[in-house]
Design a protein around this ligand. Structure first.
Ligand code: GAR
Length: 196
């Protein structure tokens, strides 16, 4: 069974969808992988409790503790690599991990580092994607799973899901609609990448 490591910063709903897919046997959404660990850069991330609830090892590498280092981003990423590599993961899965990663980190996991972003990339990289999609008058929004490259929210697209934007949508209602699709395409893409 191949290991995957999931990195989170907050709610962890994508993380939970992946853990569930990996747990359920003989089901069409089954994912043949072991979620070896969940790592958060924020001690307060709600997803840490969820991981624990599912019996998955969870740990924290708190980015704020590296602030005094001469190169805080490199120091944090080096510490993160040390933790992740203990599990020899076939895939490192960013699931709401809200940190800009150094080129060193990205190069270390080249070809086995993936992210989910709540827009139809290349449209709306970065933050406030739902608000921006509504403001732009988009009739469709969605989510993208992509291989991570050095440039933020770029890299080869692996999967996308499309949802309609309703006339009365708020960023919150649109985010919720997109998130339900994220929970489907992320485990499915991981399964495909692992050759399931
Ligand atoms: C998800 O919508 C994910 O696409 C987004 O954060 C949310 C995390 O939710 N990620 C990004 O914006 C990364 N650029 P979750 O913690 O419940 O999975």
């Amino acid at each position: 069974m191949k290991n995957i490591v999931i990195l989170i910063s907050g709610e962890g709903s994508n993380m939970e969808a992946i853990i569930r897919a990996a747990k359920v046997q003989n089901w069409e959404k089954n994912l043949q992988a072991r979620v070896a660990a969940v790592i958060s850069n924020r001690p307060s991330a709600k997803g840490l409790g969820l991981a624990q609830h599912h019996g998955v090892t969870s740990q924290v590498v708190d980015h704020t503790t590296f602030a005094i280092d001469t190169n805080p981003r490199e120091a944090f990423d080096t510490a993160l690599i040390k933790e992740i590599d203990q599990y020899a993961p076939a895939l490192v899965v960013l699931a709401g991990f809200m940190r800009i990663l150094t080129p060193m980190f990205v190069a270390h996991y080249q070809g086995r580092l993936i992210n989910i972003h709540p827009s139809l990339l290349p449209a709306f990289p970065g933050l406030r994607t739902h608000q921006r999609a509504i403001e732009a008058g988009c009739q469709f929004a969605g989510a993208t799973v992509h291989l991570v490259s050095a440039e933020l929210d770029h890299g080869p697209i692996l999967a996308q899901a499309v949802v309609p934007v309703m006339e009365d949508d708020t960023p919150e209602s649109l985010a919720a609609r997109v998130l339900t699709q994220e929970h489907l395409i992320y485990p499915a893409t991981i399964a495909k990448l692992l050759g399931n």
